[in-house]
Design a protein around this ligand. Sequence first.
Ligand code: HEC
Length: 152
Amino acid sequence: MKKLLKYGLIALVLLLVVAQVAKPVERSNPPVVGDLGAPPAVDAVLRRACYDCHSNETVWPWYAYVAPASWLVADHVEEGREHLNFSEWSTYSVGKRDHKLEEVWDEVESGAMPEESYLWLHGEAKLSDEEKQLLHDWVEQTRAALEDEDAG
Ligand code: HEC
């Protein structure tokens, strides 16, 4: 029985080493092209709750270096950046910004963002009602300004 446990542990360690080596993970932070530049209070909330997955300023946690957790983290960041990247905000067209802002509020209001799995390990990213209200007002104001801009 002891022997079985020993071999089981050795096999597990080997498996983890193979996992680590077999599929290396990209953990890059590309340059910030043009940051969103929201007002400080909004900026602080977004940085705390969203920037790890929606910017090029990801703070990679220690478990992002250990397979298989590293695969999950890297996938979320890659996918998150694809959908919405606050570090490339200035490259978005006016129409795209407007649409992304609408989605930001949809996601926050429904509680879909920040992702549930992220909150398990990042309790500090949970948004209070006041913070949600702040984001709501900012989204409304910014979209109104964009629509003026679009109308020329
Ligand atoms: C742990 C990573 C992670 C965090 C943190 C996170 N997101 Fe996301 N977000 C994703 C991923 C992955 C997607 C793409 C898949 C999806 O829509 O679920 C996404 C998609 C989105 C989208 C686009 C939806 C669409 O239909 O294209 C918006 C908007 C968004 N997130 C807003 C936010 C906001 C606002 C925050 C902070 C309050 C936040 N996210 C925090 C990972 C994250």
